[in-house]
Design a protein around this ligand. Structure first.
Ligand code: AMP
Ligand code: FE
Ligand code: FE
Ligand code: ZN
Length: 291
């Protein structure tokens, strides 16, 4: 068992995207849990990093600047994590602004689609669930909370099942961002890219996607995640070993939007990541790149 001082969590969301804790509250939780470091990996937003760093300096928690993108590959949609991104890089910040503007337009279309389906949820109802400020990254969990508040669904999972998943009445796809372009955005911001929660990929597509993305510069795969079972973790480790990829891991903490997931330990303790994983990722960041 790792010493408590060694434990880290490299996948966590705040209220600047679809987590429910403020960056300060997230770091307070990390400190209370005894974590040495966390990566703040909000969707399309690095706006929580500065506040997290201030709290981290006070509470003795190292903060890794992270990001999470939604992207597509011919075999399916996926999420990519970026680590050690430069949160002052102008073109990077401008790109994130555009992605969040697209999210806002999509939320408006989701409200329209729900209204058309006879579900009275407005853009204002959705916006009222966004607690991370004007510039926050609006997403389906905010729509889910609006549906809950208005009594249309029991919880976030019920909202995705009935209204927000692909093919459901409120579903609106994102504008597609190719996975190789998402990797390039991370690299251009001086970061390293890791394939997030590979469990969400179709089982038969996982290996092909990892191999394809390795060829276009992917740096790592998220081996440890609450939804990765032991067999998938073993497969990912062997692909990473063969392809020269690093590994990452974290709980994908979202606060009350995923109440069964705990920061630092995942679901019933199925996440344990140590500083060695963070150090190995950091070492990749300094290396010259292939792509
Ligand atoms: P979006 O980025 O707006 O497409 O929303 C995707 C986010 O919704 C993910 O990052 C998760 O936080 C959350 N999510 C996706 N599927 C589900 C689900 N079935 N139940 C609960 N939350 C989900
Ligand atoms: Fe999320
Ligand atoms: Fe994700
Ligand atoms: Zn995530």
């Amino acid at each position: 068992m790792a010493s408590p001082d060694d434990r880290v969590d490299l996948h966590a969301h705040t209220c600047v995207s679809d987590g429910t804790l403020t960056p300060t509250q997230l770091v307070e939780r990390a400190a209370a849990t005894g974590l040495a470091a966390i990566a703040v990996t909000d969707h399309d937003h690095v706006g929580g990093v500065k506040e997290a760093r201030e709290a981290g300096a006070r509470l003795g928690v190292e903060i890794v600047a992270g990001i999470e993108f939604s992207a597509v590959h011919p075999l399916g949609s996926l999420h990519l994590l970026g680590y050690f991104v430069d949160v002052d890089d102008g073109p990077f910040l401008a790109r994130l602004d555009r992605l969040r503007a697209e999210r806002h337009a999509r939320a408006r279309r989701m409200a329209t689609r729900l209204q058309d389906a006879g579900v009275d949820v407005t853009l204002a109802d959705i916006a009222a669930e966004v607690t991370g400020g004007e510039q926050a990254s609006i997403g389906r969990p905010h729509v889910a909370r609006a549906l809950m508040r208005k009594g249309f669904v029991r919880d976030v999972v019920d909202a995705f099942d009935r209204y927000l998943g692909p093919g459901r009445p409120g579903y609106v796809p994102r504008e597609p961002l190719a996975a190789r372009d998402a990797i390039r955005i991370v690299h251009d911001a001086a970061g390293v890219a890791s394939l997030a929660h590979p469990s969400t990929l179709a089982p038969h597509a996982r290996e092909t996607i990892v191999r394809d993305l390795a060829r276009v510069g992917l740096d790592a795969v998220e081996v440890v995640h609450p939804k990765n079972d032991e067999a998938l973790r073993a497969a990912l480790l062997s692909w990473a070993d063969e392809l020269g990829l690093g590994t990452s891991g974290g709980s994908d903490y979202h606060g009350d939007n995923k109440p069964d997931i705990a920061l630092g330990s995942g679901c019933d303790g199925n996440v344990l990541v140590t500083r060695a994983t963070l150090d190995a990722l950091a070492a990749r960041c300094a290396r010259p790149r292939r792509a």
